[in-house]
Every structure is written in C-alpha cells, then in structure tokens.
Design a protein around this ligand. Structure first.
Ligand code: SAJ
Length: 422
C-alpha cells in the first residue's frame, strides 16, 4: 500500500488556513501555504504565528521544523488546492468575492489533470460554480465540471469551515464536515481527503447545499441571539430580570434561549446572514430583522451608560469616571474584530460621557488606534478600574471578571451586559 500523502497548497494563511495547514503537515502531508503578506510568510517560515489561538503556536512551530510546512508568496504545483481567503462586504452588505477570484488566478497556472480544488471561505450560494468558471477561463486546456455527471480533469468542492475561535485546533479535527461537490465524484474525492485528518463525520452533498449550510449555521445563531437581545429590551421596559427569565424559560425541556449581550461581534455571525439576505432579499425577512436587532444593541447600551453617567453626575455633584470591562468580541480571546464592546467604548469616548474612561482588557497589551490617541481613555488593571470608577460597564464575560467580589462593586452604578454579576 502506498504511504504517499497528497501535497496540499493552502491559499490564505489566516484564522482557518494556517491551523488547517499545520494540522495537515503534522498528519504527514507536504503543505505549502500561500499568502500575499510578506510579514506573514516570513513569520511562519521562522515558526511564528501572527494570530492568537490556543495550541496553534506549538503546532505551527513543529510543522515548520519538521520541514513539512513552508509558506510562500507565489503558488506552486500541488495535488490539492485549498482556498481559505476572506469574503468581506462591498457596497454595504454585498459579498465581495475578489479574494477568491485572485486565489483562482494564482493557482490556475499550476493546475494539472487530477487536481482537487477545495473552497473553504464562507461564500454565497453559487460561488463554487463561479470559481470553476474563473479557473476554466484561465485554463481552456483542462476540463472542469459542467454538470452533475460530467467527467472533468479537475474536481471542485465546497467544504465550509465551522471551527469556533478559541477552540480552532480541536474543532478542526473533531467537528463533522459537509463536503459539497460540483459533481458526486468531486464530493467523494473531497471526503476521502477530509477523512484523512478529521475525526468527525464527513458527509457528501452538492456545492450549493454546502454553501447554504455554512450560512445557515451562523444565521441560526444570529437569529437566536437576536431573540435573546430582544428579550433583554422587553425585560428592561417591564422591570424584569432577563437572566432570571431565561434561566426559568430554559427549564422547559424544549426551550434553549441564548444569552443577550452588548451586540454580536466577530467576522462570521455578524456578516454571513447578510449573504443570505443578498441572495434572497424578499424571502429572508427574519434573518434581516435579526441582524438589525443585533446591530442596534450597542446603541442601546450606550444610551444606558449615558443615562447612568448623568444620574451619577447629579448625585455626586462632579464629573464621573466610567470603567468599561472588556474590548474583545467575546470571552477569553484577544480578537477585537467587529467587536460591539470596542464600538461602545469608542462612542462613550466620542460623546464624552465621562471625564475619564478606564478600560480593562486582560488580553491586549495596548489600546487599539484610535482609542490609544484619546487622552480621555486609559488601559488600566481591573483593581484600578474598580477602585476609581463611578459607573462600571461589564461588556465581555472574560473569566477574570467573573470572580469580582460583590463588595468591590458597592456604591457604583453597574451595567452588566452579560449577566455575570446578577
Ligand atoms: N453571543 C451572544 N450570546 C450568545 C452567544 C454569542 O451575544 O448566547 C455573541 C458573542 O459574544 C460574540 C458573537 O455572538 O460577540 C459570536 O460569538 P460565537 O461564539 O457565537 O461565534 P463565533 O463568531 O466566535 O464563531 C461562529 C461559530 N458558529 C456557530 O456557532 C454557528 C463557529 O462555529 C464558526 O466556525 C464561526 O462563527 C465562523 O467562522 O463562521
């Protein structure tokens, strides 16, 4: 039996591409990672990672040291190509596929008959078909899948990533995978590849279903968080503790309400539902409203802080000090992308709701620009914030904040957006 494992080229060495490259290399594949940023490529070749994710640094270091993982700026021949580049917005909420198109152009010159091309980037329905068309336009000498039963030189599949930031390395291996082929043969080949490193189940489908599966997962979560956020507004209006309410409702065997918060952040859940809305605007009504509910939550928190600061100012007869605990988009990570907490802190500073705005974020060393340039805002330790603040705003349920003693909060106005001190 041949022990040869296919050589894999991974285009895009970010939150998905880099961990996938390291896992594949540690499983014995020869892996070449392609990225357009020289700093990222050089760093990886020194065994360093540019993103913070538990267990990733050791995995990358040993993969590079073993000689099985290299990073390059220009693509090169491989057996399998895996595309994991970003799909941001353009013109408001339309998906921008430019990076996927650029990835197609980067790998096209190297394609050989028998190659498998996999798209992992979150994508609107129909993107894998577009990817095939972009590749075909560059390589008229090769046959690409054109119908369900077509025989092709190149196989193409959409295989969405579904790993949770903070648990990427373990979820990459343990989660089930959906493998959507442009033809059944494409799906079968993708399954064979994923089964070589995934412990979860690998399930075959077509590319369009796989594309919508990914968007559905994140929209499901967004809609359910929106329900919790809407409940928090209703409870506030009616003078009911939303955390107690949810705990009680969740005692029903078929009810599982998620947690309200200051808004939905990160680069997935706050983005992906719009891809469905863009594809089917008239039908995707609930999905759109859920996005609007979650997007409006930071402004609601800011209004609460403004009202609390105003009351405290009256009571104390002086300008007030506000402390905000947490900047990350969720607990126990350093990721500030699309963070509602960051948005709230920036607005409190902009509106000058305090004479000093103290920020506690155990996972960062310095405040991000432009907060760092604002003389009103200071990054401080938790005990300093709790000693000096008149108003304490809990924005992220980091483990460090959960253990705050109730006495430390006495005499302050507390706005707990995550319900950890109730
Ligand atoms: N949040 C709440 N209340 C909750 C749960 C979450 O307010 O009850 C907020 C968080 O604070 C955060 C945001 O939602 O701001 C998103 O956090 P998350 O932990 O729900 O999800 P992400 O964005 O870290 O990762 C998601 C995951 N998707 C699902 O759980 C369906 C992950 O599996 C995906 O791989 C990832 O998106 C992605 O890359 O698409």
């Amino acid at each position: 039996m041949s022990l040869h494992k296919p050589k894999v080229a991974i285009v895009g060495l970010g939150y998905i591409g880099l961990p996938t490259a390291a896992v594949l290399a540690s499983g014995g594949h020869e892996v070449v990672g392609v990225d357009v940023i020289p700093r990222v490529v050089d760093g990886i070749n020194r065994g360093e990672v540019h993103i913070v994710e538990p267990d990733l640094d050791g995995l990358v270091r040993s993969a590079v040291m073993s000689g099985r993982l290299r990073a390059v700026l220009v693509a090169e021949p491989a057996d399998i190509y895996l595309i994991a580049v970003p799909t941001p917005f353009k013109n408001g909420h339309q998906p921008d596929l430019t990076y996927i198109e650029e990835a197609a152009r980067a790998i096209a010159p190297h394609l050989r008959s028998g190659n498998l091309v996999i798209l992992e980037s979150t994508s609107p329905v129909g993107t894998t078909e577009k990817l095939a068309a972009w590749l075909a336009a560059e390589r008229s000498d090769l046959a690409f899948p054109s119908g369900p039963q077509s025989l092709a030189d190149i196989n193409l599949a959409y295989c969405p990533e579904r790993v949770l930031p903070g648990s990427i390395v373990s979820e990459l291996v343990n989660n089930d995978r959906v493998l959507g082929g442009l033809t059944p043969q494409c799906a079968a080949r993708a399954r064979k590849f994923y089964e070589s490193f995934v412990r979860g189940q690998c399930i075959e489908t077509d590319a369009r279903t796989a594309e919508l599966t990914k968007l559905t997962e994140n929209s499901f979560r967004d809609v359910n968080i929106a329900f919790a956020n809407e409940l928090s507004l209703i409870c506030d209006e009616l003078g009911i503790n939303v955390w107690e309410l949810i705990e009680l409702a969740n005692r029903h065997p078929r009810v599982n309400v998620l947690k309200p918060g200051p808004g939905v952040g990160g680069h997935c859940i706050a983005v992906d539902p719009w891809f469905i809305v863009d594809s089917a605007p008239a039908s995707a009504r609930l999905i759109r409203v859920a996005r609007e509910v979650n997007n409006s939550k930071p402004e609601w928190v800011i209004e609460k802080v403004a009202a609390a600061a105003e009351l405290a100012r009256h009571r104390l007869g002086r300008e007030v000090v506000v402390a905000c605990l947490g900047l990350a988009f969720k607990a126990n990570i350093d990721d500030l992308r699309e963070s509602p907490s960051l948005e709230i802190v920036a607005r409190i500073a902009e509106l000058r709701l305090a004479c000093r705005l103290l920020v506690v974020e155990p996972y960062v060393e310095a405040l991000p620009i432009p907060l760092s340039a604002n003389a009103l805002v200071e990054l401080v330790e938790l005990d300093v914030a709790l000693t000096e603040a008149d108003v304490v705003v809990l924005l992220v349920d980091h483990v460090q904040f959960r253990s705050v003693a109730r006495e430390a909060l006495e005499g302050r106005t507390v706005i707990d957006t995550r319900g950890i001190w109730r």
